[in-house]
Design a protein around this ligand. Structure first.
Ligand SMILES: Cc1ncc(C[n+]2csc(CCOP(=O)(O)OP(=O)(O)O)c2C)c(N)n1
Length: 308
C-alpha cells in the first residue's frame, strides 16, 4: 500500500514538473487494490487491471521501475515499449493483461480469459478491476451475465469511489449498493469497506476459493474514496467540497491499517520509518533510472499497428 501510494504521488509530481504528460493515481484505493490482489497467484491467475490499478500491479509483482518506465514512455517499458498511455499495466510472465483506454472494455476480456481457463480445465482464476462508472457500460452487464450463465472462475472487483470523473454515483445507478446486481446474474455480490484492507482480503479469499471450486463468479464492491483528482487533467474542486475530501481522508486505508498494526503492537515508529525510507528509496531509484532511460526509436512508431 505504501509503494502504491508513493508511486501515485510521484507520478502526479512528475507530471506537474512537466516530465510526464498524464498522471492517474490510486490514493485512497490502496486497501481495495492490495487486499484483493494479495490472493492472486502471480503467473498462474490472470489479472485484468484498469488505469487506477497501480496497487494491484505492484502487489502482483510489477516493480516501481516497471511503472515509471511506462510513465516516462521509455523504449524498454515492459508494458508497451513506451507506446501506450501510462497505467495501462501489463506483464506477460505475471499474467497482467493490458487493457484499452475506453472504460469497461477489459471486463469482457476477463470473462473470455476465464472461459478459456474453464474449457481447458486449468486451475486459474481471473480478477478484473473497474470503477463504479464502468458498471454503467453494456460491456460490464454482458460480461457479468455471460460469466454467471457459464459459472466462470472470474472475480469482478468494483472500486466504488462515488464518482466517474465528475459524475456522482447517484446519476449512474438507482441502487445503493452496486453489488446487488450480481444477484440478477446468478452469483454472489458483496460490499466491503474498501478502506479496511483486511476485510477486503477476506472477501477476496472467499471469492478466489469459490472460483477455484468451480462455483463461479463473485462480485466484490469495495467502497473507497479517491483522495486526489480523477487525473492530472481534472479539477475536482468543481464537483467535490473540501469538507467531503477531508472527512474521507480521516478513514483512508493506510492511516487505518497503521493504527491497527500499532494497536496490535506490530508497528512502532522505528519500523514505520524504516518502511517509509525503503519505499522512498525504491521510488527515487526507479525515477532516476526511468528518467535516464532512452525513448523509443521514432522509426518504430508503426510497429504493432500493422501486420509486418
Ligand atoms: C467509453 C469511455 N467513455 C468515457 C471515457 C472517459 N473516462 C475515462 S475514465 C472515466 C470515468 C470512469 O469512472 P469509474 O469507472 O468510476 O472509475 P474511476 O476513475 O472513478 O476509478 C471516463 C468517463 C472513456 N475512457 N471511455
Amino acid at each position: 500500500m505504501l509503494l502504491a501510494r508513493a508511486l501515485s504521488q510521484r507520478m502526479r509530481v512528475l507530471q506537474r514538473m512537466g516530465k510526464g504528460t498524464f498522471a492517474v493515481s490510486a490514493e485512497g484505493h490502496e486497501g481495495a487494490q492490495v487486499g484483493t490482489a494479495y490472493v492472486l497467484r502471480p503467473g498462474q491467475d490472470w489479472t485484468v487491471p484498469y488505469y487506477r490499478s497501480v496497487g494491484v500491479a505492484v502487489t502482483v509483482g510489477m516493480t516501481a521501475r516497471d511503472v515509471l518506465m511506462a510513465f516516462f514512455a521509455r523504449r524498454d517499458d515492459i508494458s508497451s515499449g513506451g507506446r501506450n498511455m501510462p497505467n495501462h499495466f501489463s506483464h506477460r510472465e505475471l499474467r497482467i493483461v493490458s487493457g484499452s483506454a475506453p472504460v469497461a472494455t477489459q471486463v469482457p476480456h476477463a470473462v473470455g480469459i476465464a472461459l478459456a481457463s474453464k474449457l481447458r480445465g486449468l486451475d486459474e482464476v481471473t480478477f478484473v478491476y473497474f470503477g463504479d462508472g464502468a458498471t454503467s457500460k453494456g460491456d460490464t452487464h454482458e460480461a457479468m451475465n455471460f460469466a454467471g450463465v457459464h459459472r466462470l472462475p472470474v472475480v469482478f472487483v468494483c472500486e466504488n469511489n462515488s464518482y466517474a470523473i465528475s459524475v456522482h454515483v447517484s446519476k449512474q445507478m438507482a441502487v445503493e449498493k452496486v453489488s446487488v446486481r450480481a444477484q440478477g446474474y446468478g452469483f454472489p455480490g458483496v460490499t466491503v469497506d474498501g478502506n479496511d484492507v483486511l476485510a477486503v482480503y477476506r472477501a477476496a479469499l472467499e471469492a478466489h476459493q469459490r472460483a477455484r471450486n468451480g462455483e463461479g463468479p463473485t462480485f466484490i464492491e469495495g467502497k473507497v474514496y479517491r483522495l486526489a483528482p480523477h487525473s492530472s487533467d481534472d479539477d475536482d474542486r468543481r464537483y467535490r467540497s473540501r469538507e467531503e475530501v477531508e472527512t474521507w481522508s480521516q478513514r483512508e486505508p493506510i492511516v487505518r491499517f497503521r493504527a491497527l498494526l500499532q494497536e496490535l503492537g506490530l508497528l512502532d515508529q522505528d519500523k514505520e520509518e524504516a518502511l517509509n525510507r525503503r519505499v522512498a528509496r525504491e521510488v527515487d531509484e526507479a525515477t532516476d533510472y526511468a528518467e535516464r532511460a532512452p525513448p523509443p526509436d521514432p522509426a518504430t512508431v508503426f510497429r504493432h499497428l500493422y501486420a509486418e
